[in-house]
Design a protein around this ligand. Structure first.
Ligand SMILES: Cc1ncc(COP(=O)(O)O)c(C=O)c1O
Length: 389
């Protein structure tokens, strides 16, 4: 029996934003932030606002903050501080790092991504391929929305430079078999390049245990500010030629891949966001999310078609569905009007939706995170049931 205690009301009391009359099932698009994150951002502006490298107190405070943000990111990702890279968001980091890595490749080299990916882990490769004459292949998805790893094995070749994949799907919630994918990539001599954006709020990341070479995530999906964070293995970051201005420092390693002045105030918020997660603990977060996910799945009304795994095994609590007789956009809008923040469309998961035959219609998406409650889930399900009548 788990000894973890989790008081959802005590957690919610830490978020002023959750006092609004809206049930937030839009976490996959960006979570709410606790007041301690908001306070940390304002405190930075009040007490430490400056650029780095100035010979005065606020600049020194900013330098200390950047170092703290790097060690916090390292703790969050399970790597060394010098292996962390901050950027505007995942997509911007992905375009920058794929370009950088690509400087070592030549025409005819091959990239493998997957049909489970958000386009932020597909289009950067397509654009690089367009410019360099590379080939991009996409791994198939089985009918249950898990990746077809037999297809990955068949597509790997001695020309494969990268296997890019999601840790969790932002559309249907499916988790990837990370160890297996990394092993297949490495056996073929390719880099394992992970998108952890959707997984970020749902569980611990450990880049060393997973064995990934590059991993990118976005703190605004895990209770922090609008920011992107990447891990790059030290020897890669040493070897890759960065796109950087000459006067910018070459240390720490990750900084070579950060262009211009960082969003210092958001780094302050990021440090607070990780502190917030650590104060609750992944065990409690996972147990609560799983219980709510099971409740959602068990009580799904009959007028709902769910896309993806039907139990909480192998998935996070992100649910894509449609409601009989109601157009996707109408369903989401009516839920929004009734006080439920849900998404609709393809959520940039273009290939998944195509594979599911949802290219035109899209689907409604409800994402559960640890600040959601059983009452919210029950109320959402009741509202969904009433949509068809
Ligand atoms: C799985 C996944 N990857 C990438 C992205 C893009 O992230 P960002 O908005 O930080 O560029 C998202 C955003 O929704 C996502 O869910």
């Amino acid at each position: 029996m788990s000894t973890v205690t989790f008081d959802v009301e005590a957690v919610r009391a830490r978020f002023s934003a959750l006092r609004q009359p809206l049930a937030f099932f839009d976490g996959p698009g960006g979570t709410q932030v606790p007041d301690e994150v908001i306070d940390a951002v304002s405190r930075y502006y009040r007490e430490a606002n400056a650029n780095v490298s100035g010979p005065y107190e606020t600049s020194r405070r900013t330098e200390a903050l950047v170092a703290q943000a790097r060690s916090t990111a390292a703790r969050f990702l399970g790597c060394n501080p010098e292996e962390t890279i901050f950027g505007a968001n995942m997509t911007t980091l992905a375009f920058a790092l794929t370009r950088t890595a690509g400087r070592e490749w030549k025409e005819g080299d091959q990239i493998i991504a997957t049909k489970l990916d958000h386009d932020g882990n597909v289009s950067p490769w397509l654009e690089l391929a367009h410019d360099m004459g590379l080939e991009v292949r996409l791994v198939e998805i089985d009918d249950d929305t898990t990746l077809d790893l037999g297809d990955l094995e068949r597509q790997l070749s001695d020309r494969t430079r990268v296997v890019a994949f999601p840790i969790a799907s932002n559309a249907v919630g499916t988790l990837s078999d990370v160890h297996r994918i990394v092993q297949l990539a490495h056996d073929a001599g390719a880099l394992a390049w992970a998108d952890a954006v959707h997984y970020g709020p749902h569980g611990p990341i450990d880049v060393v245990d997973w064995g990934v070479d590059v991993l990118i995530c976005s703190p605004y999906k895990f209770f922090g500010p609008h920011l992107g964070v990447a891990f790059g293995r030290a020897d890669l970051l040493e070897r890759w030629r960065p796109y950087k201005v000459r006067p910018a420092s070459n240390t720490p390693l990750g900084h070579r891949f950060e262009t211009g002045t960082l969003a210092h105030e958001l780094l302050a918020g990021f440090v607070a966001a990780v502190g917030y997660i650590e104060s609750i603990g992944w065990e409690a977060i996972r147990a609560h999310e799983r219980a709510l996910g099971e409740r959602f799945l068990a009580e799904l009304p009959e007028n709902v078609t769910l896309y993806g795994l039907p139990t909480m095994e192998g998935r996070v609590a992100t649910f894509a569905f449609n409601v009989d007789g109601v157009q996707t956009r109408d369903a989401a809008t009516r839920l929004g009007d009734a006080g439920f923040a849900v998404w609709q469309g393809n959520y940039y998961a273009v290939e998944v939706m195509k594979r599911l035959g949802l290219e035109e219609s899209g689907a409604v998406r409800a994402g559960i995170v640890h600040y959601n409650t059983a009452d919210e889930v029950d109320a959402l399900l009741a509202e969904i049931a009433a949509l068809s009548s």
